[in-house]
Design a protein around this ligand. Structure first.
Ligand SMILES: [Mn+2]
Length: 275
């Protein structure tokens, strides 16, 4: 693809239009392209779309990166740009898959989302900057970067989860995992865990119990206080959460235990019989 000198989107750019621009800028060579905006459906100066390879239209104009000529619900402007520029990027695929679904949900009226979502965020920016769509783009690029970072982390967590430890506890299945990013309670509970433990690259550790379980971690807490007495373990008042360091509250003193040591404590194994 020729380096675009101009990217043309539509006025009041929506998520699909913004994501398509973001991919061109971040994954292509359009970092220095000018951004221009036209009424949705039209082209820059009403010239035939794609007649100049240095002018790229997204989500408008009916050209190679517009999907409005198609009824295919798996297509969006962002998806067309993704296929062209980064077809093998898994995290990007996850972002764009959701962008496409959101784009088509918006086109079919009906169910209102319950929570403030990314469309509402974009709507807020378009309200703040009704005549400055390039401001909307500048505001949204870092948000899309953050979404991409989130999906990349999810992929790393899924790979780490494949190496998880499963073990019995007095309350049911326990799952423990270790990764640079820590753990994923969502993946553990989906796998049927009642108790879940993790350790991250800084040595931060945690144990959490499923909401509907009758787990009480107080006895485990006392075992840890004895085995790992210098560490800054914290028992949440609910007794379902036991933490030694989180990004929100770094520990004064990290745990000396390995994940395997922690699992031994949770299963009531050899460490607990040292008493
Ligand atoms: Mn679209």
């Amino acid at each position: 693809m020729v380096t675009p000198k101009r990217i043309v989107g539509h006025l009041s750019p929506d998520l699909d239009c913004l994501a398509a621009i973001w991919i061109l800028v971040r994954f292509g060579t359009a970092k220095d392209a000018d951004l221009l905006f036209v009424p949705a459906g039209s082209t820059l100066d009403d010239l035939p779309v794609d007649s100049d390879p240095e002018i790229v239209h997204v989500d408008t104009g009916g050209g190679r990166f517009d999907h409005h000529h198609s009824n295919d619900h798996t297509l969006s402007a962002a998806e067309l740009v993704r296929r062209e520029l980064a077809p093998a990027n898994e995290a990007l695929l996850r972002v764009v898959d959701q962008v496409t679904r959101i784009d088509h949900a918006e086109a079919s009226p009906g169910r209102q989302p319950v929570f403030f979502n990314i469309n509402d965020l974009i709507g807020g920016y378009n309200t703040l900057f009704p005549n400055r769509p390039h401001h909307v783009v500048q505001a949204m690029l870092p948000n899309l970067d953050a979404w991409y970072a989130h999906e990349s982390r999810q992929i790393r967590l899924e790979r780490a989860f494949a190496r998880r430890l499963e073990f019995p506890t007095r309350w049911g299945l326990g799952i423990a995992m270790q990764s640079d990013d820590g753990g994923s309670s969502r993946l553990a509970y989906r796998q049927g865990a009642v108790l879940y433990a993790y350790r991250d690259r800084r040595g931060y550790m945690g144990v959490a119990a499923q909401q509907r379980s009758d787990v009480d971690l107080e006895a485990i807490y006392h075992d840890l206080m004895r085995l790992d007495s210098q560490a800054d373990w914290y028992l949440h008042p609910s007794h379902r959460l036991l933490l030694c360091g989180t990004p929100k509250a770094p520990p004064k003193q990290s745990s000396n235990l390995s994940l395997e040591d922690l699992v031994d404590v949770l299963r009531g194994g050899k460490q607990r019989t040292k008493r």
